[in-house]
Design a protein around this ligand. Structure first.
Ligand code: GDP
Length: 420
């Protein structure tokens, strides 16, 4: 667990395969704020293990005062989980297609759609979902509030399929209902994750599936494999031959399906149970794409008017997009920025190809839940705040003057939505 500390120190060395740029989307009251706060609290807390009392990391319900200091109001917040860097982009929950929504959807690579286990697919969640469809944002679904009276995980899965026309399948199923909701079963590992502690006060982790739930888990695992077979030849062959399929292969097939819009993995929990955030974070890393899994960004060379592509690699010419501007009482103007290719050093000059001017990058900031960090360099796939840009406005491309480009709307892979 201490590796989380090292990961942060090695920010500049982190691999792009381990970057997840995600948004959390939901209709009002489904639990978007709670889920986001728990993700930030949970990852920060894990990050501090070793520094503070170990017991803190195993809290099931959070006393109010421990949550203080958590900010989720930033345009982008960075947290670390299991060798991965997760950038959470604040996606406004507007119900119509505003420029603001468009800009934030443009810079994310995937999203967690939060549904209420009782309310299910409500009219507003349909709107948000269709927005994400429009921008072809790869998604996983998280059915929240499974502890509430009337919560029905499988009814919501069905509603996601029918009302949202999505090829949605549980990758985890809940153990118990309402006030007896006690954990989840992962259908790929075939292990149970049970909340709570044993008699020694140690928190439970992944354990064998309780006998009473084994049969049900096998049935749902079979359904899941069947669904994955339909989108993946390799899994299909092994499934038909009755061969053992390893979890890694299944996860890869799901990630491919999620990235191309062919598949929506569904999991559930209760954001009030702190521990349920762990399987959700795992799912983000397993099933949502890294910048490398997506097609290269495209743009126009303003000199030649020709189309050009930029790959998310360090050796490519530097390019990226300003997606939000904030005025900060301490730092002044912060331009939130996504790097698509190459790398950006603090203290250097960049070319703003929309404005036709050079601008100085005086500081590069990474914003965590409760603090900011100055970094010397950011590279392809990263999201950061830049201090010092005088002329930049939202939507501007920054690049190298020698290789000018104006980036266009990010297009995700062609969606193939299949009704199950
Ligand atoms: P948002 O509008 O989507 O951001 O929703 P919030 O995160 O503000 O949550 C709305 C309400 O639902 C708050 O009162 C939360 O405490 C409550 N809530 C969130 N998650 C859960 C959950 O898993 N179980 C229960 N019972 N209540 C929850």
């Amino acid at each position: 667990m201490n590796s989380n500390l090292n990961q942060e120190q090695d920010f500049e060395q982190l691999n792009i395969e381990k970057v997840r740029n995600i948004g959390i989307m939901a209709h009002i009251d489904a639990g978007k704020t709670t889920v986001t706060e728990r993700v930030l609290f949970f990852t920060r807390k894990i990050h501090r293990v070793g520094e503070v009392h170990e017991g803190m990391a195993t809290m099931d319900y959070l006393p109010q005062e421990q949550e203080r200091g958590i900010t989720i109001s930033s345009a982008v917040t960075t947290c670390f989980w299991n060798n991965a860097r997760i950038n959470i982009i604040d996606t406004p929950g507007h119900v119509d297609f505003t420029v603001e929504v468009e800009r934030s959807l443009r810079v994310l690579d995937g999203a967690v759609a939060v549904f209420c286990g009782v309310g299910g697919v409500e009219p507003q969640s349909e709107t948000v979902w269709h927005q994400a469809d429009h921008y072809r944002v790869p998604r996983i679904a998280f059915i929240n509030k499974l502890d509430r009276v009337g919560a029905d995980f499988f009814a919501v899965v069905n509603a996601i399929r029918k009302k949202l026309n999505a090829n949605a399948h549980p990758t985890q199923i809940p153990i118990g209902k309402e006030s007896d909701f006690i954990g989840v079963i992962d259908l790929i590992e075939m292990k149970a994750f049970i909340y709570g502690r044993d008699s020694n006060g140690m928190e439970f982790d992944w354990v064998d599936i309780p006998d009473a739930y084994r049969q049900e888990a096998l049935i749902y695992r079979d359904k899941l494999l069947e669904a994955i077979s339909e989108i993946d030849e390799n899994i299909m062959q092994k499934y038909l031959d009755g061969n053992e399929i390893n979890p890694q292969e299944i996860r890869q097939a799901i990630r491919k399906g999620t990235t191309t819009g062919k598949f929506i993995p569904v999991l559930g929990g209760s954001a009030l149970r702190n521990k349920c955030i762990q399987p959700l974070l795992d799912a983000v890393v397993w099933y949502l794409p890294s910048p490398l899994d997506l097609p290269p960004v495209e743009g126009k060379n303003p000199k030649t008017n020709e189309s050009e592509k930029r790959l998310p690699m360090k050796k490519e010419p530097f390019s990226g997009l300003v997606f939000k501007i904030n005025m900060d009482p301490h730092a002044g103007k912060i331009s939130f920025f996504r790097v698509y290719s190459g790398q950006l050093q603090s203290g250097t000059y960049v070319y703003n190809s929309n404005k036709g001017v050079k601008e100085r990058v005086s500081r590069i900031l990474i914003i965590h839940a409760n603090r900011r960090e100055d970094v010397q360099m950011v590279k392809a796939g990263d999201l950061c705040g830049i201090v010092g840009l005088r002329n930049a406005t939202t939507g501007d491309t920054l690049c190298e003057e020698r290789y000018p480009i104006v980036l266009e709307t990010l297009v995700f892979p062609e969606p193939v939505i299949e009704v199950a």
